[in-house]
Ligand binder design. Structure first.
Ligand SMILES: Cc1ncc(COP(=O)(O)O)c(C=O)c1O
Length: 460
């Protein structure tokens, strides 16, 4: 019997259905019978058609384009399971080549003697870094006969949500240092107030998700040196370099944020952000093998021996790891530098253009990672907000999210652009024209716009 509730059923277009086939399919119950592959393909294809245009999605950090050789390699390797080290020894070897290259890129004192792994993304990579901190701290506390009941982790209130998840899932107290107009990110200010004997580590972010700013890892490490001198507490740093880990080495090589700083135990990054690979890839590397406690490591069989693994998942696609290796070979240091520099040139062009329109004030300009945020100048208008501007831009296809900053600046709304490979200068020029036009439209409205709505599409 035909059902017409569009909540529950998808209709099958008679043009591509066949005699005897259903004309409606349930969205919530697995169908009893089969369907011609062409029909099923068309239905699923059409369902995804209403998703936004990935090239105009300036909310996401994640890669939306790779070249045709990468697409070919992807198609050749999407059947590989990363955990099957014994069955796919070359994919396992490629994973090792990649993290060793990253260890070198991040100035590890011994890139081949240390340890690292691929992950499904930065969230898993961050959690592995955090788990290593927790276990090391537990070992030390137990050896001193002290309690391990109340571990805490110190970080900015502007951390990505994966750190809040980590603390929640693994029973750790999150100690969030609030950001302010004077201290726009964690910079060591008043850090001593948050650290005690139960602190398992400090997170420093290279490329704060909300704004794109680098936290000054060197200054944070220096502050921790001072704290150690006065209290004896030796607190390690994990650098969440989800974006910056693949930007800073190429275009800010003078910046000391990585394993040059002894206090940095581990660094994570997203292969699928500025690593330029399709989604499903993160990396974490430890400065020295000793910073990943042995009792966290599991061994899987590999070429008649054992290979160490440390992961939250078991099965995971291996193709992205192969794609990362392809890009490391294909682009090399010089190629990555050119791609990242091109993105930064576009970010600086856009941030300058936006600051010159009039009503906007930049929070930062995209000179760290190619990401920047702006706010409405105080007193400019109470007739429209950045949410209205985001909505107006959406009607032209641009996805440019507006959202509140975290504690203690939650009353401040910003709008952010993430410039990725693929947002050309030409497209950026068109975007700037559209921002100018929509700003002028909003400025000329005779009645105030409806009040704000929640931040659509913000990746935090
Ligand atoms: C600083 C930071 N850390 C962690 C993450 C989580 O990364 P993923 O989406 O790869 O899990 C993000 C994502 O935006 C991020 O910006």
């Amino acid at each position: 019997m035909p059902q017409n509730d569009p909540q529950d059923f998808l209709s099958v277009n008679p043009v591509f259905s066949r005699a005897g086939e259903a004309t409606q399919v349930s969205k919530t119950r697995i169908p009893q019978g089969e369907m011609a592959p062409e029909t099923a393909y068309q239905i699923v294809h059409d369902e995804t058609m209403l998703d936004g245009n990935a090239r105009l999605n300036l909310a996401t950090f994640v890669s939306t384009w790779m070249d045709s050789q990468a697409d070919r390699l992807y198609a050749e390797t999407y059947d590989k399971n990363m955990i099957d080290k014994d069955e796919y020894p070359q994919t396992a070897a490629i994973e090792q080549y990649c993290w060793k290259m990253l260890a070198g890129l991040w100035n590890s004192p011994d890139p081949t003697g240390t340890i690292g792994t691929s992950t499904i993304g930065s969230s898993e990579a961050c959690m592995l870094g955090g788990l290593a901190f927790k276990r090391l701290w537990q070992h030390k506390r137990r050896s001193e006969g002290k309690s391990t009941e109340k571990p805490n982790l110190v970080m900015s209130s502007a951390v990505q949500v994966c750190w809040e998840k980590f603390c929640n899932y693994f029973d750790i107290e999150p100690r969030l240092v609030p950001i302010s107009e004077e201290h726009k990110c964690l910079d060591g200010f008043e850090l001593e107030k948050y650290i005690d004997e139960n602190t398992i580590g400090v997170v420093a972010i290279m490329g704060v998700t909300y704004t794109g700013m680098y936290e000054p890892v060197k200054a944070i490490a220096a502050k921790l040196d001072e704290i150690q001198a006065s209290t004896g507490l030796d607190i390690p740093i994990h650098v969440d370099a989800a974006s910056g880990g693949m930007i800073a080495p190429f275009i800010q090589p003078e910046l000391e944020w990585d394993f040059q700083l002894e206090r940095v135990h581990s660094i994570s990054t997203s292969g699928h952000k500025y690593g330029l690979v399709y989604p499903g890839l993160g990396w974490v590397v430890w400065r020295e093998r000793q910073w990943l406690p042995e009792d966290l490591i599991f061994y899987v069989s590999y070429l008649g021996g054992d290979m160490p693994t440390f992961a939250l998942n078991f099965s995971r696609p291996g193709a992205q790891v192969v794609l990362q290796f392809y890009l490391f070979l294909r682009l090399g240091f010089e190629g990555y530098k050119k791609v990242q520099q091109a993105s930064q040139d576009v970010a600086l062009f856009l941030s300058r253009g936006i600051s010159e329109i009039g009503p906007f004030e930049l929070w930062n300009d995209g000179s760290d990672i190619p990401v920047f945020a702006w706010r409405l100048k105080e007193g400019h208008t109470d007739r429209w907000t950045l949410y209205n501007l985001a909505d107006r831009l959406r009607t032209k296809g641009w996805l440019v999210p507006a959202y509140p900053l975290p504690a203690n600046l939650q009353n401040l709304t910003v709008e952010r652009i993430v410039v990725r490979n693929g947002l050309s200068m030409d497209l950026a020029g068109r975007l700037l024209d559209d921002i100018r036009e929509e700003t002028s439209y909003l400025n000329n409205l005779s009645a105030p716009m409806p009040s704000e709505r929640k931040h659509p599409g913000f990746h935090h």
